[in-house]
Design a protein around this ligand. Structure first.
Ligand SMILES: [Fe+2]
Length: 331
């Protein structure tokens, strides 16, 4: 069966952090996300328009990185079909009993080793009376603190082999590749931007030049308003959160970006618009040439620092931790 549209969207992510206090400060005080639960070494958070129990699970760990990514299927049958396809591809890790707010899931790994799961049964968020919004399309009131993003948006993964990773997600899970970057001098694919719905991307894959496997480049949260990225940059400057790049707009995806490092060391993107939406069912993949890439990187000319943006991921390779050390004033 054609796997296209068997997955609905990115439902939740787990980030590992060696600095839970700092990470919680960043996500709840600066970004205004709400804590919904704690269990063991984990804290569950949500944005005010996230549809489910939580979108972000923070788990204490020795090093930053990706703990899990949850993709929601479009039906229970679709979940079963995609689980079978993952098993056939040798990537399945079996059924789980789920998590807080999450029913049974099918765990799997990307070809590069990124931990992921598929889910259908999931708890839809119902706000307690004091958090209910009169804006009925909104799952909860906009928080008063920080500069709150509306929802989880997308993930960017580093991979040792972009093409291998991309093809599995196309063929097994029905992702569409909207854009890619190719080094035409060698024929090597160095980046791919993919989605399971009309978004310009829900998952990006970029080549990991360190040769590492299974690392996270960034997790992105959605503002949908470019001014918020400038406002967020001001807050990050004032409160000691290291800004890597932006605000600016990528030519790739036309996404308005601001990249920062949360205190645990994970790169977080704040997404200031919706980027290009792909409504055509028979869209054709756009290919950027690495040798002519300036517009793809940033329409406004922002620099993505070579010493971090194209090499730093989480967990960091030895020696990289100091690249993003912050130690700013959190108050
Ligand atoms: Fe991104």
């Amino acid at each position: 069966m054609n796997p296209r549209f068997e997955l609905a969207h990115l439902a939740h992510a787990e980030l590992l952090t060696p600095d839970m206090e700092g990470s919680l400060w960043f996500f709840t005080e600066l970004l205004g996300m709400r804590e919904v639960a704690r269990q063991g070494d984990s804290v569950y958070l949500r944005c005010y328009e996230d549809p489910y129990h939580h979108s972000l699970k923070l788990t204490g760990s020795d090093a930053p990185g990706l703990g899990n990514l949850g993709w929601r299927a479009t039906s229970a049958d679709a979940l079963d079909r995609r689980a079978a396809a993952l098993d056939t591809a040798g990537l399945g890790r079996g059924w789980t009993r789920g998590d807080l707010g999450v029913g049974r899931t099918f765990a799997f790994e990307s070809p590069d080793g990124h931990p992921m799961e598929l889910v259908w049964d999931i708890e839809k968020y119902v706000a307690p009376p004091e958090l209910r919004s009169p804006i009925l399309t909104r799952r909860s009131k906009r928080p008063l603190q920080g500069l709150p993003p509306r929802r989880l948006d997308h993930v960017n993964l580093m991979a040792s082999d972009v093409t291998a990773q991309k093809e599995v997600f196309e063929q097994t899970l029905g992702f569409g590749t909207r854009e890619r970057v190719v080094d035409f001098s060698s024929g090597t694919e160095i980046g791919a931007w993919m989605s399971v719905n009309i978004l310009g991307h829900e998952m990006a894959i970029m080549a990991d030049s360190t040769g590492s496997r299974g690392r996270l480049h960034h997790l992105a949260f959605w503002y949908g308003v470019p001014q918020h990225n400038t406002d967020a940059a001001e807050l990050c400057r004032e409160y000691g959160v290291r800004i890597e790049a932006g605000p600016d707009v990528h030519g790739i995806t036309q996404g308005a970006f601001l990249y920062v490092f949360e205190p645990g060391g994970n790169r977080i993107e704040l997404f200031g618009n919706s980027g290009i939406l792909e409504l055509e069912p028979d869209f054709e993949t756009v290919t950027w040439d690495l040798a002519d890439f300036d517009t793809g990187i940033a329409i406004g000319g922002a620099t993505l620092p070579a010493e971090t943006y194209f090499v730093y991921g989480t967990p960091p390779v030895p020696g990289q931790e100091k690249l993003v050390a912050t130690g700013g004033a959190r108050s």
